[in-house]
Design a protein around this ligand. Structure first.
Ligand code: TGC
Ligand code: FAD
Length: 392
C-alpha cells in the first residue's frame, strides 16, 4: 500500500518500551520498509530467497543479536524480539532465515560449543559470511524428535554419521549443519555435531512446490557415512534437552514475529476498508460487520503484544520457562493466522491477489503454525504444566 507503515499501538504499548528498544525496532522497521517490502512479492512468486539481504542484515547485527561477544550485538531479548517482529512484518521466510541462523545455529555453538568452535564459527555466522542450518526433524519424526533414527558412531578419533533430515530451513545454502544424532557408543544419547556441508557423503536437496514460505529455502538432508573429526562434536550437548533449549530461543522469536505478520495484515485491511466503497457510496469501514473484524484484530494484536513483552521481560531476567514461551508462540501464531484470514476477507477478491501482502502472510503462517512445535504440541506443553500430566 502507498501509505508507509506507522506501527500498530492501541494502548500506548510504546510507553512500555525503553528508548533503546524503540530505536532497535525503528531501525529494523526502516530496513525492512526500504529493502524487503519492494522485492518480497517478486521473491514469493519466483520462490527466491533474497540472499542479497544477508550481508546488510549481518551489518545491522540481526544474526545472533542477543548473544554476547564474537561480534554479536548483545541485544536484550526484548530488543531481539522487536527485530523479529519487524522482519516478519516483511515476510515470515526472512524472519525464519534469521531465526535459524541465530537461535538454531549460533545459539547451540554458543551454549554447547568448545572455545575453538566458537572462535571459528560465531564471528563468520554473525557477519553472514557463513550460513547455517539445523537438522532435527526427520521424515518419520517431527513432533516426536526423540525417536530420531540418525546415528553417530565413534571410530578412532572421528564420528561417522548416517541418517536423513527433512524440512530443513536453509539446507542447500548452508555452509554448516547442526546435526542432532544418537551416539551409538554412548547408549544412544542425543548429541549435536557441526557438519560442514562440503564433506563427502553429505547431500542437500530443496523441497519444491511449497505454497508457503516461498521466499525461504527448505531442504532435505542425507548423510551417508559422513566422517567428522571428534572436535566437531558440540561437547556441552547431551540428551533431547539440548535441541529443545535451542527451540526455546527460536519459538520466542516466532512469538514476536507473528505479531509483525498480523500487523501487516491488519494495517492493509484497515487502509483498504477506508478506501473501498460499497452501498450508498460509503466506505466498507462504515459497516458494522467490517468494524467487528477490525476491532477483533486490534484487540488480539494488543493482547499478543502484552503477552510476549512479559515473556521477554522474564527472559531478560533469566526467569522465562519453556511453557511461558509455548503459550506465547501458540497464542500469537493462532492470532496472526486469524488476522490474516479476516483481513483477506475484508479485501474481498483483491485479498487473493499478490498486489497485497495478506494471502502471502496467511500461507506463510500455516508453516509457522506447524514448525517449532505444532499448535497441538504447545497446547499439550501448557496442559502438562497446569495438570502435571504429560498427554503427548
Ligand atoms: P521430554 O521427556 O518431555 O523432554 C526431554 C528432556 O527435555 C526437557 N525439556 C526441555 N528442556 C528445555 N526446553 C524445552 N522446551 C524442553 N521441553 C522438555 C525435559 O525436561 C527433559 O529433560 P530431562 O533432564 O528429564 O532429560 O521429551 P519428549 O520426547 O516427551 O518430547 C517432548 C516434546 C513433544 C514437547 C518435544 O519433543 C517437542 O517440543 N516436540 C516438537 C518438535 C519441534 O518443535 N521441532 C522443531 C524442529 S526445528 C524447526 O521447526 C525450525 S523451523 C524454522 C524457524 O524457526 O523459523
Ligand atoms: P507430525 O508430527 O507428523 O504431526 C502431524 C499432526 O499430528 C499435527 O497436527 C500434530 O499437531 C499432530 N500430532 C502429533 N503428535 C500429536 C500428539 N501427541 N497429540 C496430538 N496431536 C499430535 N525442522 C527442523 O529440524 N529444522 C528446520 O529448519 C525446519 N524448518 C522447517 C521449515 C518449514 C517450512 C516447515 C514446514 C517445517 C520445518 N521443520 C524444520 C519441521 C517442523 O519442525 C515439523 O514439521 C514439525 O515439528 C511437525 O512435524 P511433522 O511435520 O512431522 O508433523
Amino acid at each position: 500500500m502507498a501509505i508507509k507503515f506507522k506501527g500498530v499501538d492501541f494502548i500506548e504499548f510504546d510507553t512500555l518500551l525503553t528508548d533503546d528498544e524503540r530505536l532497535v525496532r525503528d531501525t529494523a522497521r526502516k530496513f525492512i520498509e526500504d529493502n524487503l517490502i519492494p522485492i518480497i512479492e517478486e521473491c514469493n512468486r519466483a520462490g527466491r530467497f533474497p540472499r542479497e539481504l544477508v550481508k546488510p542484515m549481518g551489518d545491522l547485527g540481526f544474526f545472533g543479536a542477543s548473544l554476547k561477544g564474537y561480534g554479536c550485538a548483545g541485544m536484550s531479548n526484548v530488543e531481539y524480539g522487536l527485530v523479529t517482529q519487524e522482519l516478519e512484518r516483511g515476510d515470515s521466510g526472512v524472519r525464519s532465515f534469521v531465526s535459524v541462523q541465530s537461535a538454531l545455529v549460533m545459539y547451540p555453538i554458543y551454549a554447547f560449543g568448545s572455545d575453538e568452535q566458537k572462535q571459528t564459527w560465531l564471528p563468520a555466522l554473525q557477519k553472514g559470511e557463513k550460513l547455517g542450518c539445523f537438522g532435527l526433524t526427520e521424515p518419520d519424526f517431527g513432533s516426536n524428535p526423540g525417536g530420531m533414527r540418525t546415528r553417530a558412531r565413534k571410530v578412532g578419533n572421528e564420528y561417522v554419521l548416517n541418517g536423513e533430515k527433512m524440512w530443513i530451513t536453509s539446507g542447500t545454502i548452508a555452509d554448516v549443519a547442526i546435526i542432532w544424532a544418537k551416539v551409538e557408543n554412548e547408549d544412544n544419547k542425543i548429541r549435536g555435531f557441526l557438519v560442514e556441508t562440503n564433506r563427502p557423503g553429505f547431500k542437500a536437496e530443496d523441497i519444491h512446490g511449497k505454497w508457503s514460505l516461498r521466499a525461504s529455502v527448505t531442504s532435505g538432508l542425507s548423510l551417508q557415512d559422513v566422517r567428522v573429526p571428534e572436535s566437531n562434536l558440540l561437547p556441552g550437548s547431551g540428551g533431547l534437552k539440548s535441541p529443545l533449549m535451542c527451540l526455546n530461543q527460536a519459538r520466542y522469536g516466532i512469538a514476536w514475529g507473528a505479531i509483525g505478520a498480523a500487523m501487516a495484515c491488519y494495517d492493509c485491511a484497515l487502509q483498504y476498508s477506508l478506501l473501498r466503497k460499497q452501498f450508498r457510496d460509503q466506505p466498507i469501514a462504515s459497516h458494522q460487520l467490517v468494524q467487528e473484524k477490525l476491532s477483533w484484530m486490534i484487540t488480539e494484536i494488543t493482547k499478543a503484544q502484552l503477552l510476549v513483552l512479559q515473556v521477554g521481560r522474564l527472559k531478560d531476567q533469566g526467569k522465562a520457562e519453556h511453557y511461558h514461551i509455548s503459550m506465547a508462540k501458540r497464542n500469537n501464531v493462532w492470532m496472526a493466522l486469524e488476522c490474516a484470514r479476516l483481513s483477506r476477507d475484508i479485501l474481498g477478491a483483491n485479498g487473493v491477489a499478490d498486489d497485497y501482502p495478506i494471502m502471502r502472510h496467511m500461507m506463510n503462517l500455516e508453516s509457522v503454525k506447524t514448525y517449532e512445535g505444532t499448535q497441538d504440541i504447545h497446547t499439550l506443553i501448557i496442559g502438562a504444566r497446569v495438570t502435571g500430566i504429560d498427554a503427548f
